[in-house]
Design a protein around this ligand. Structure first.
Ligand SMILES: Cc1cc2nc3c(=O)[nH]c(=O)nc-3n(C[C@H](O)[C@H](O)[C@H](O)COP(=O)(O)O)c2cc1C
Ligand code: SF4
Length: 614
């Protein structure tokens, strides 16, 4: 195992890893992921050498290594099992699965076995809510876990079998696509007209080649296509802004970070429609004059990387990527995959760009907008996987046919990832404009009490709002639909999601970092029956402060689980408060909140010490 005093062999391996990305500091994340994979931690000696090779300081290297939860500054096991600790997994039996693993390995979650064979951890949503409980085992994933299956996996690991052999069988010489679908079910429950039904090969790109860049932009603008990652910003407007910025180099980035708990529709597109998504990126490059592309693939989807690399390689081989694409002189565009390393905030475009540049994934300030000054200072488009896929279809069928589907302000179809208490969890492609009740009927959710629309950063609605329509006119969503039946405890769900935001805050701004810990504690007090009516006002006030003073979308949406349930489930709160004059506020102890924030966010203490003079 590599440590501070590097052996000559370890040194050689590290030098090779750095050289594989030309010793570029901007590829720091790739370097550190490779080191983590090879040595199972980022040792002090490794950081020294990486700093020397890439020409930055050791403290900067450590700043990156300590930011991402899949990178470790302490030795980890040769196999790391990351149990998905999403609320859906908890409801699906995570506790019993965890106990089975703990018992079999003789370690608790958070520990590494003495022989260095295995580490057991929890991680937030890994995008497999439709087949929970699930876990990552190194770069692979295991789904629909039971205690028996956990024991089998543990015994096989103890017997020295590799995760590949255990999860894919001993003769796992499968093609990359078969490997991905061998691990994970797609669960496509409804294929709509645009994305999940039959799709002709490169019809959109072929049509785009007969158009000028401006004509392509006009088709995308006329279609009214809105971003499918959550915010719904018009894609055509964004593309035109990048095209109009003076530059000799532009960049197209596909956001495949899909970190919102409950969302997994991009996982299915990446598996089943990778060509379509890349086609969309390629015609975006044509429209804005970009030469460079990146797919930012969340670390949890590392098992999809070989499949995506194979699709990219085949497109290069067949002239649909690389130089003179489809024989058009000067149309040069290629794509590399940037793997993430376990950070939700990196899905936010400004944090994602930092991450692609080898930095900690802290969102940078606006302006300048990425379309003006993005990746490495170049005008950059960041769009969601589904947005690029739609763009390719629009260039094929035309803006009018796209607009025939959906509603006026939300044209086209949308992919919904549906999970939780329903008969048929999975992915549904449906036109915008249907009601929540229609969706619930389609997915077999007869006993829905609450629906979390758009994940925890969205809105939790109650039965009296099931008539609302999905779309930007009424109920927007990036696609996550999580159904909770009448047996679920709303405050338990809210508490879970607040702990998620506490865990994922990048720690840059105090309101988000500390305020969310206060909110989490407040929900704990409510659940313990220790809060009174006035404390609910304090909850609202603090939520508002966090929204108004946070720097990025994580902070500005983090109080949503509380605010939307306060509004939509007032009786739940009314039933939880005690008629006392004690103020919840009085029971807060700022130091203990900060200590808890530090522990949960795993941030270095000097940040807190600076802020609070501790
Ligand atoms: C905390 C946070 C996480 C986000 N995660 C994602 C994500 O995983 N995928 C995504 O496409 N957009 C995500 N977004 C939205 C992106 O910032 C950006 O708006 C989006 O990628 C733009 O693409 P679109 O217009 O095609 O939706 C996130 C935003 C925030 C604030
Ligand atoms: S709002 Fe939260 S996640 Fe966003 S920059 Fe501030 S601390 Fe980081």
């Amino acid at each position: 195992m590599l440590d501070a005093a590097l052996s000559p062999e370890d040194r050689e391996v590290l030098l090779d890893i750095c050289a594989s990305v030309d010793n570029a500091a901007t590829r720091m994340l790739d370097i550190l992921i490779a080191v983590q994979d090879r040595f199972h931690w980022i040792s002090p000696g490794a950081m020294e050498l990486i700093a020397e090779r890439t020409g930055i300081s050791r403290i900067e290297v450590e700043g990156v290594a300590s930011f991402y939860s899949f990178l470790s500054l302490a030795p980890k096991g040769r196999v790391t099992i990351r149990l998905c600790d999403d609320i859906i997994d908890r409801f699906a039996g995570l506790e019993a699965v965890t106990e089975a693993f703990e018992e079999a390995f003789g370690i608790a979650v958070g520990e590494t076995s003495d022989d260095g064979a295995v580490s057991l951890e929890y991680t937030p949503c890994i995008g497999l809510c439709d087949q929970a409980p699930a876990a990552m085992i190194n770069d692979l994933v295991a789904t629909k876990l039971t205690p028996d299956r956990a024991r089998q996996i543990a015994e096989a690991i103890k017997a020295g079998q590799s995760p590949e052999d255990i999860l894919l069988g001993p003769a796992n010489g499968l093609a990359p696509y078969d490997r991905a679908t061998g691990l994970v079910d797609n669960n496509i429950r409804h294929a709509g007209a645009l994305l999940l039904g039959p799709v002709p090969d490169d019809a959109g790109l072929t049509a785009a080649l007969d158009m000028s860049p401006d004509q392509i932009l006009r088709v995308v603008e006329a279609s009214g296509l809105r971003g499918c990652g959550g915010a719904g910003f018009p894609a055509g407007t964004k593309w035109r802004a990048a095209a109009q910025t003076e530059a000799d180099h532009r960049v197209v980035i596909c956001n495949a970070d899909e970190g919102e708990p409950g969302t997994f529709k991009d996982r299915v597109l990446l598996t089943e429609r990778a060509d379509l998504m890349i086609e969309g990126m390629t015609l975006c490059a044509r429209a804005i004059g970009a030469n460079e592309g990146l797919i930012y693939l969340r670390g949890e989807y590392a098992y999809l990387r070989p499949h995506l690399e194979a699709v990219l390689a085949e497109r290069r081989r067949s002239g649909r990527l690389g130089s003179a694409i489809m024989g058009v002189d000067g149309f040069d565009f290629d794509i590399r995959i940037q793997l993430g390393a376990g950070s939700y905030v990196c899905g936010a475009d400004r944090a994602l760009i930092s991450s692609c540049e080898g930095l900690p994934g802290e969102p940078r300030t606006l302006p300048p907008y990425p379309t003006t000054r993005g990746y490495l200072g170049f005008p950059t488009i960041v769009n969601n996987v589904e947005t690029f896929s739609h763009a390719a279809r629009i260039l094929d069928i035309g803006a009018d046919r796209f607009r025939d589907l959906g509603t006026e302000k939300s044209p086209g179809t949308k992919l919904f990832s549906v999970a939780g208490d329903c008969l048929n969890p999975g992915v549904y492609e449906l036109p915008y404009g249907l009601t929540v009740q229609e969706l619930l009927d389609t997915v077999g959710a007869d006993d829905a009490q609450a629906v979390l629309m758009g994940g925890p950063s969205g809105e939790m609605i109650a039965r009296d709002a099931f008539h609302r329509r999905l779309g930007f006119e009424d109920l927007p969503t990036g696609g996550a639909v999580i159904v909770f039946n009448g047996e679920r405890n709303i405050l338990e769900i809210v508490e879970y999601y607040m702990s998620f935001f506490v865990h994922e805050s990048c720690g840059h701004c105090t309101p988000c970092r500390v305020g969310n810990v206060f909110l989490l504690k407040a929900i704990g007090k409510l659940r313990a029956g220790l809060a009174n009516a006035a404390d609910l006002d304090d909850l609202r006030d603090l939520s508002q402060t966090i929204i108004e003073t946070s720097r990025c979308g994580l902070g500005t949406t983090s109080p949503n689980p509380i605010l939307s349930t306060l509004d939509n489930f007032p009786l739940v709160y009314a039933a939880s408060i005690k008629p006392s004059k004690d103020r919840l506020q009085a029971s807060f102890d700022i130091q203990s909140a900060i200590d808890r924030a530090r522990k949960l966010a795993q941030r270095r203490s000097y940040i807190f010490d600076q802020d609070f003079g501790a």
